[in-house]
Ligand binder design. Structure first.
Ligand code: FAD
Ligand code: MLT
Ligand code: ZN
Length: 486
């Protein structure tokens, strides 16, 4: 007899579990999937783009990608996976920066890209109903024709999808104006791990009938269910938007600028971003563009946007404000563009939006996405720069940029190839630093697979235990994103 917990017993149960989870050969389940959702919606070749994460930091080994076209397909897939104990990973635009959307091992990939229909739009309330595989930029273009906005905006908008955005509770550039997705998402349709369809769709802004279940799925990183439909409130677009790019001598001036802008334009402020010199150089060095403002770089830049329905009054107020900035020597140089300027407006914004791509071209990105109080917001970059520079590590760049208006710093290091020594210098030191100031180790990208070891720096034991209990309740066999979060 084997004693419970003895090593031989464990070896045997692991072997049984392995056999059980492998009881279907991939060819038999592939044939079943083909009959469930149609042969053309089951891919088994050329899967690299689905297995590889955006940062090219990990490549999974999945041998099948499923492409559901409707909610019932997702339901049939999950029911089958749950019955047969097959692990899956949900993928939308595959722009996750924490390896959340690609298989860690050989999980089945469920790609949402064929579920991309706009279902309805209410012209009076601005409520949009759509499937979760709609690409953010397509939704933005659709609602712009109705003089509305999607209440968030990411540099990844050309690829990321609304379901992925909700699953990660994406932040981005408009957060300062419209707040988190929790404030704008009115309803969701979810397929649960056992295949049941949970209809939480609504167009109502107010509803206090019990627990706010939809909020549980926002930011759950695909661990509790698959989002198949969304209802989101799209605010009225503004008649004019102006983007400003200013250069500054040091970070203290940037704080002063932020305070002055908030004082005079709090109702107009729709994004306030910071870019340090090293981040700007990543764009200029790698993306074949010239420095903005002059032929040289500056220590810091601020990119912010003001929106209004009264352009001439905004212009007059800003002219006065600009005089104050010059008198107080806050800025070194600056420029701006109106959204009606088209190309210039897009180009100025792209200095901020393309930093991620610029850094990726360096080689390997060590990417951090933290929240910190303003008094140490940039200090963390200085501390890390000192730490890494005093070592013999071969980094290419150390930089900081981010959504300063939301206290969210993107601290990044790059090297030509992955270097364990650099990683060891950053982690867990950086997380300890963040925890010391009660910050967050993930302000917007989520935990994914990459940060799961470090969750405890931002969540206490009781909170983690409760989250694990919830996971077990929603997905007892842990078939959904089994390597994400925990
Ligand atoms: P994926 O990467 O495909 O998936 C992300 C996670 O959600 C995975 O865990 C996945 O399993 C899960 N998931 C996907 N779809 C569903 C679904 N339908 N139901 C349930 N779970 C699902 N993030 C920000 O927050 N702010 C930014 O400003 C920002 N800028 C970025 C800029 C660039 C250039 C890049 C590459 C990334 C950026 N990101 C940003 C990170 C990323 O774009 C976001 O996390 C985004 O929300 C992911 O959307 P996606 O459609 O690509 O989802
Ligand atoms: C951004 O704000 O640019 C994104 O979150 C991506 C990144 O951190 O690089
Ligand atoms: Zn960001």
């Amino acid at each position: 007899m084997f004693r419970i917990n003895s090593r031989p017993y464990l070896l045997l149960t692991n072997a049984v579990r392995f056999l059980f989870t492998r009881k279907l050969s991939s060819s038999s389940y592939i044939a079943d999937f083909q009959s469930l959702i149609g042969k053309q919606n089951v891919l088994t070749t050329d899967l690299d783009p689905f297995n590889q994460d955006w940062l090219k930091s990990h490549c999974g080994r999945s041998d099948v990608v499923l492409l559901p076209r409707q909610t019932t397909d997702v339901s049939n897939i999950l029911r089958y996976c749950n019955q047969n104990d097959l692990k899956c990973v949900v993928q939308s635009g595959n722009t996750s920066l924490v390896c959340g959307a690609t298989p860690w091992q050989n999980e089945i990939i469920i790609s949402m890209k064929k579920m991309n229909q706009i279902i309805s739009f209410d012209e009076i309330t601005g409520v949009l109903h759509c499937e979760s595989g709609c690409i953010l930029q397509n939704l933005e273009e659709f609602v712009q024709q109705k003089q509305r906005l999607i209440p968030y905006d990411l540099g990844a908008k050309g690829s990321c999808m609304i379901g992925g955005n909700l699953a990660t509770n994406a932040g981005g550039l408009r957060f300062i104006k419209f707040g988190p997705l929790h404030s704008n998402v009115l309803g969701l349709e979810i397929v649960m791990a056992n295949g049941e369809i949970l209809d939480l769709m609504s167009s109502m802004r107010k509803d206090n009938t019990g627990y706010h279940l939809r909020h549980l799925f926002i930011g759950s990183e695909g661990t509790l269910g698959i989002i198949t439909k969304v209802s989101i409130l799209c605010p009225k677009d503004f008649k004019c938007k102006k983007v400003f790019l200013f250069s500054l001598e040091n970070f203290n001036k940037l704080i002063e600028l932020f305070q002055m802008i908030q004082e005079d334009f709090s109702e107009n402020l729709s994004c306030f971003e910071m870019i340090d010199e090293s981040s700007m150089k990543a764009v200029v060095d790698n993306l074949n563009v010239s420095f903005p403002l002059s032929s040289k770089s500056y220590p810091f830049y601020s990119l912010f946007e003001l929106s209004s329905n009264d352009e001439s009054s905004l212009d007059q107020r800003f002219a006065k404000h600009y005089e104050k900035l010059v008198k107080k020597s806050i800025i070194l140089d600056g420029t701006y563009a109106n959204d009606s300027d088209g190309e210039k407006f897009r180009k100025l914004k792209s200095y901020r939006e393309t930093i991620t791509e610029g850094l990726r071209i360096d080689g390997y990105s060590y990417k951090y996405d933290i929240s910190l109080p303003m008094n140490v917001y940039y200090e963390v970059v200085n501390v890390m720069r000192k730490r890494l520079s005093s070592s013999t590590s071969n980094f290419v760049r150390i930089c900081g940029y981010g959504h300063m208006g939301d206290g969210n710093m993107h601290f990044n290091v790059t090297s030509r190839q992955f270097d364990q020594q650099i990683l060891n210098l950053i982690e867990p030191f950086l997380y300890e630093y963040v925890a010391k100031y009660n910050g967050s180790i993930s302000a917007e990208h989520g935990i994914g697979v990459k940060k799961r070891k470090f969750l405890h720096y931002s969540k206490n034991d009781e909170a983690i235990k409760l989250m694990q209990q919830m996971k077990r309740m929603f997905d007892p066999k842990s078939i959904l994103n089994p390597h994400v979060l925990f």
